[in-house]
Design a protein around this ligand. Sequence first.
Ligand code: NIG
Ligand code: FE
Length: 395
Amino acid sequence: MRQLAIIEDGGMLVRGEYIAAVGRRREIESLIESDTEVVDAGHRVLLPGFVDAHTHPVFAGMRANEFEQRASGATYREIAARGGGIRSTVRSTRNASQADLVRAGKRYTDWFLRNGTTTVEAKSGYGLSLEDELKILRAIKQLNDETPLRYVPTFLGAHDIPSEYRSRRQAYVSLVINEMLPRVAEEKLAEYADAFCEADVFTTDETWEILSAARCHGLGLRIHADQLSLSGGAKLAAELNAATADHLEHTDATGIMALKAAKVQPVLLPGSVYALGSNDYPAARQMIDAGLAVVLATDFNPGSSPVPSMPMILSLACTQLKMTPAEAISAATINAAYSLGRGDEIGSLEKGKRADFVIHDASDYRELAYWFGIEHPWRVYVGGELVFQRSGASC
Ligand code: NIG
Ligand code: FE
C-alpha cells in the first residue's frame, strides 16, 4: 500500500473509454497521431478517480437539526432512540417520489465528481418498505444511467427496524428476506446486500439470517460492523465470507484476525467518526500491519457522515488513523475497486482499464491529504470523457 508506482514526467494515451498506454512522456508522445487530442497537465499529479466504496447517497431532506443537537451534547444513539436518526430520513424519503430522489441525487453526484470520485457504491436503506426500497434502488439505477458517475448498487433493507415494526421485529426480518430480497434480485437492482449489525439495530443472528438469504440470491455481502459497539459484526463478516466489513471502530484483535483469515476487506469510514464528534477511530494500523487490504470511503449520508469528499477522508486517514498518504491513496483507489469486484477494470492507471482519472491541481500526491478542506481536482474524466473542469487560478 505504500508503493504507488509513480511515473515521473509521465503520460497516458486514452482510446475511447479505455487506457491504451501509460509511461514516460516521451514514449507516449511518440504515439500521438493527427487526430489525437493532447491535454497538457502541466506538472500536476494524475491519479485514478477515487472509488468511494461505501455511500448512502439517495435520500430526501437532511438532518442539520440533529447536528445541532449533537453539538449541544446529545449522542447519535439518543437521537435515534427518540425516533430521529435513520428513521427521520426514512420518513422524508418515503414522502419523496423517485424523481425527487434523482433530483437530489444529481446534486450529490456533482459533489462527488468535483472532489475526484468517479465510482461510488450506493446503498438503499432509507425506504424500509418493499416499494420504498425499490424506489431508491431504481433512483440509483437512473443516476447511473443519467450522470457520468458510476454507481454500484447495494440493497440495505436491513438498515433499521422501521417504526411500524418495532414491536414485531421478526416480521420485518421476514419481510426483508421473503419479499424485498426476491424482488431486488429479480429486477437485478443490486450487486451487494448490507445490514447494520448493532445492539440496538440488527442482532448478529438476524444479520446472519438476512445476509445468508441475500447470498442465495447471488448478492455479494457487505456489513456495517462494530460501529457503535463491539457487536460481533467483524467476526460475522468473516463467517459469512463477506466482501467487506465496514466501520470497525470497536473491532478488537480477534476480529482483525478473523477478517484476515477469511480475506474480508475492512472499509474504514473516519468521516463518520469525525462528524459524530467521537474519538473512536478504527485500528487502521493494526489492520494494515496484519496484511489486510484496507479500504477508505466517505460513508456519505445525511446523519453520521455528511461528507462527499475523498480528499477530506485522506486527510482524516493520515491525521487520525496514522496511515501514510500513499497508503491512504491505495485504500481509496485500487483496494476500493477490488472490494467492489472491479479490480480489473478501475482503481489504477493501467493499459486496458477504464479511463477514469483525475488531474489534481497539485504537483505532489501527498498534497491531497495535506491541504484539507479544498477541492483539488483540475480536470475529472470518466471513461475518457471530461466530466468536470475547474475554472479559475491553478498551479
Ligand atoms: O453508516 N450506521 C448506519 N448507517 C449510517 C448512518 C445513516 C444515518 O445516520 O442516516 C452509517 O453511519
Ligand atoms: Fe454506512
